[in-house]
Design a protein around this ligand. Structure first.
Ligand code: PLP
Length: 397
């Protein structure tokens, strides 16, 4: 069989095995509770759906410019200015099939074979694989729970060498929910300047910050930092639009042009109807947001409090996004049914088998002593699932 070395090097989703098993059990009619969701459990707000229907009825069903309609790209500039204060021209915006494609495009635009990209772990599952898909080499800099997942600047400086070309920053973070404080964002900008590095700033959770935390975008710092940053955002999380597949990158004009060229040959424009729905989404007030946000916040607090009362588990309070990164350190080495729990995969597999509760093993994010629980699921599911997790964790021998 002829398979490229590049594709062979790309790891299939580690979480797929668990997810497939959970789905199979569900299909068998079993009462499965899943904490795996990486998407809001809320419907897309009706005014956005109506915007899509209107576009359809008006016959807006043809190709657009590969980078998206100028109208939408202009609206994204205004939306970005409103949200984070940074000003861009519409030619700097490329609209893609989700933030995911926007990130891959960005990496394709800036990497040469062997170039190194710094990724903070725990990381979003796709970053390392995307770097490899773009012929780069992912270099990991660990952040640890004890330090509230703050960036270790000594470790970062040690990881940088002449092959380093970029740093991926994700705040608020999936999976940890950590928010990088402004002072650390500024330090990263300084380091990027010193070593002439690009920054890919994935700010897809910028609207989901709790406890009065404020989002600080690295693009706000100064003109130099703005020029070397590729800002990533999208509609999936804050607008509950995962299935619509609209995300975007904003970068300096040369890179934006490269990204648009690349995308024009790879996929052409993202779905035209979804572009019109997005235009409607960001040029009107998202009246459903507050309800969704308050519900996430309520679940977040309940989840953290409940988990910290389970023996063997602990979790820090996530400040953003909709995930709790739970330490299972207190269960490592214990046994379920005679089988030793050596890491997050053992924990997740046995938990699913024993209690029909699905969680994402932290090994998928480079954190094998953790599991990730999403609170983008109903309070009823959370109560039921956490009570099962308690029975499981406290029943280990
Ligand atoms: C969900 C997510 C994305 C991608 O979302 P799209 O649906 O492709 O827009 C990108 N980065 C992070 C950190 C995410 O959690």
């Amino acid at each position: 069989m002829r398979i490229s070395k590049k594709c062979q090097a790309v790891q299939g989703s580690i979480t797929l095995a668990i997810d497939a098993k959970a789905k199979q059990l569900k299909a068998e009619g079993k009462d499965v509770v899943s904490f795996g969701a990486g998407e809001p459990d809320f419907q897309t707000p009706q005014y956005i759906v109506d915007g899509a229907i209107k576009a359809l009825n008006e016959g807006k069903t043809k190709y657009t410019a590969a980078a998206g309609t100028p109208e939408l790209r202009k609206a994204i500039c205004e939306y970005t200015k409103r949200n984070i204060g940074t000003e861009y021209e519409f030619t700097q915006v490329v609209v893609s099939n989700g933030a995911k494609q926007a990130i891959l495009n960005a990496l394709q635009a800036i990497l040469n074979p062997g170039d190194e990209v710094i990724i903070f772990s725990p990381y979003w599952v796709s970053y390392p694989e995307m770097v490899k898909m773009a012929d780069g080499v992912p270099i990991f800099v660990e952040t640890i729970e004890k330090d509230s997942f703050r960036i270790d600047f000594d470790a970062l400086n040690k990881a940088i060498n002449e092959k380093t070309v970029a740093i991926i920053l994700n705040t608020p973070s999936n999976p940890t929910g950590a928010v990088v404080p402004e002072c650390d964002v500024r330090k990263i900008a300084q380091i990027a300047k010193e070593h002439d590095l690009m920054i890919i700033s994935d700010e897809i959770y910028d609207a989901l910050l709790y406890d009065g935390e404020k989002h600080f975008s690295i693009t706000q710092i100064d003109e130099d930092t703005k020029e070397r940053t590729i800002l990533i955002n999208g509609m999936s999380k804050a607008f509950a639009m995962t299935g619509w597949r609209i995300g975007y990158s904003i970068s300096n004009k040369e890179i934006a042009k490269m990204i648009a060229n690349y995308q024009s040959h790879a996929t052409s424009n993202p779905n035209t109807i979804a572009q019109h729905a997005t235009l409607c989404a960001i040029t009107n007030e998202n009246t459903d947001f507050e309800k969704m946000f308050n519900e996430f916040d309520r679940r977040r607090k309940y989840m953290v409090e409940t988990i910290n009362n389970i023996k063997g588990l602990s979790v820090h309070m996530p400040k953003g996004a909709f995930y709790a990164m739970v330490s299972i350190e207190g269960t490592i080495g214990k046994k379920y049914n005679g089988k030793v729990i050596n890491g997050s995969m053992d924990f997740a597999e046995n938990l699913l088998e024993a209690t029909l509760t699905a969680v994402v093993p932290g090994v998928a994010f480079g954190a094998d002593k953790h599991i990730r629980l999403s609170y983008a699921t109903s309070m009823e599911n959370i109560e039921k699932g956490l009570s099962r997790i308690k029975d499981f964790a406290e029943g280990l021998e």
